[in-house]
Write a new protein. Structure first.
Length: 462
């Protein structure tokens, strides 16, 4: 590990083991930076911060007891591993005073403890560097604006690379808000075993966010043949748990992930398109002769209702129209600047505002994380949506416009090589609006508490 290039190459290609991995991670995380330390402030030394009381202590203690229980280091209640995790999370909550403590940081820190078990101060510095240097801290900020962009971005990528999976998700009324948020917030540490997580992080530290996207696609690829045949209840349960039973080992998963040619340019183009007024589609075409992947991010012109042929309501052989997915992280809310918490259910009037979703019909056990669907209420809701949609507007479909003014806004191609790994930010500026002024960054909010309240309200249990 003499130089930066050799360090990255070794970390990318093979499992270096505990000793060499720790040295490589320390070099990539802390090399070339100095973390500010000022006694008597929230930037105090770790040894001081971990001894201070925090308003998040009770929440942290609760989460520590259920973090990586399969790992021997964290299995014993109030054991050495759990106490170290508590101290590190408390210090982080004080140091990152604008964020405090958020669930899923426990998995991030626990993974780092596994790499630096004998040096808590070093683990603390590496956790700070990981969150700040790779911009992960933005995922945890109030209202989760960056997380909303990431979720929308991943939905577009799934639509482009795995259309079968995307179609099945639309039919079941869910998107990556439902199954992938924990992937993004924990970098897969909540779902995959630690040996696999460490190899994913090896490449993430070298190449940045595109590795997370590629691994997410590789996991979804394993269910692209089974998901379409499931009913909604089974599909929802499966989506929550399938990553934990991933059939790949670490190298197989990374090889499968590398087959999806996601680039930082593609991610930046989608991030810029988040603030476009029109719907957005990622088109992905692979040249089977050369192996090159060509892609384009384009705006979709809304199709007038009259252009869709009306369907005979009595035709039972026609496929049911898909339920349009809402999103808790609404692009339209961010463009309008309303910033209000969205109604995830939507009206049942068959209009464009009828944004049916399964989320309000879920009951979640907050202790175990298990979820069940209120099948009768959800079935009645979806039947009503489908019946009204068929009666008023025909099938709900959107197709790319072929008109010249809707040509791809951003495009590119990626070869089959692994070139261009280093890129830790991949952030582009938003395009100007029609008035020439830059548009504001997207807003959003976490949906879980709202979902539970709405589920109770809709079922008349209050």
């Amino acid at each position: 590990l003499a130089g930066a290039g050799a360090c990255e190459e070794e970390l990318w290609n093979s499992d270096l083991g505990p000793t060499h991995r720790g040295a490589a991670w320390k070099h990539l995380l802390l090399g070339g930076i100095t973390l500010r330390q000022k006694a008597g402030t929230h930037q105090d030394y770790y040894e001081k911060l971990c001894e201070k009381e925090s308003e998040y202590d009770s929440v942290i203690r609760r989460d520590v007891n259920r973090t990586l229980p399969q790992e021997e280091r964290f299995r014993e209640k109030n054991g050495e591993g759990q106490l170290a995790l508590f101290r590190l999370l408390r210090a982080l909550a004080i140091r990152l005073c604008d964020i405090g403590y958020c669930q899923s940081l426990n998995f991030i820190v626990a993974t780092l403890i596994g790499i630096f078990p004998e040096d808590e101060a070093l683990a603390f510095q590496c956790a700070l560097a990981l969150l700040l240097r790779y911009s992960l801290v933005d995922l945890y900020r109030p209202k989760f604006a960056k997380l909303g962009v990431v979720v929308w971005q991943f939905d577009r990528i799934v639509e482009g690379f795995l259309p079968k999976v995307h179609t099945a998700l639309v039919r079941h009324g869910v998107n990556s808000e439902y199954y992938a948020i924990q992937w993004f917030l924990t970098l897969f540490a909540s779902d995959l075993s630690q040996p696999i997580v460490r190899r994913i992080w090896d490449r993430f530290l070298v190449a940045g966010w595109r590795i997370v996207v590629q691994v997410g696609l590789a996991l979804l690829y394993t269910i692209q043949d089974t998901l379409p045949g499931m009913d909604t209840c089974n599909a929802l349960m499966h989506l929550r748990k399938f990553a934990k039973s991933c059939p790949y080992d670490a190298e197989q998963l990374l090889n499968a992930a590398a087959s999806f040619k996601v680039s930082h340019r593609m991610l930046s183009a989608l991030e810029a398109a988040y603030n476009w007024e029109d719907d957005v589609q990622l088109l992905v075409i692979k040249d089977l002769n050369s192996g090159q992947v060509h892609w384009a991010v384009q705006a979709l012109k809304p199709e007038p209702p009259s252009s869709a042929p009306r369907r005979d309501c009595g035709d039972e052989d026609e496929e049911e129209p898909p339920i349009e997915m809402p999103r808790a992280f609404s692009r339209r809310d961010s463009q309008g600047g309303g910033g209000q918490e969205p109604d995830l259910g939507g009206p049942l009037d068959g209009t464009d505002e009828a944004r049916g979703t399964v989320l309000p019909f879920l009951i979640r056990n907050l202790d175990t994380g298990d979820e069940t669907v209120l099948n009768e209420a959800w079935s009645q809701y979806t039947d009503d949506i489908s019946r009204r949609a068929k009666a008023s507007a025909g099938p709900l479909q959107a197709t790319p416009s072929a008109s010249p003014e809707r040509m791809p806004a951003v495009s590119g191609e990626d070869s089959s090589s692994e070139a261009g790994r280093s890129g830790r930010t991949g952030i582009s500026q938003s395009p100007p609006s029609a008035s020439g002024q830059p548009q504001q960054a997207g807003g959003g909010s976490y949906w879980m508490q709202s979902v539970q309240r709405q589920a109770v309200r809709r079922l008349g249990q209050v």
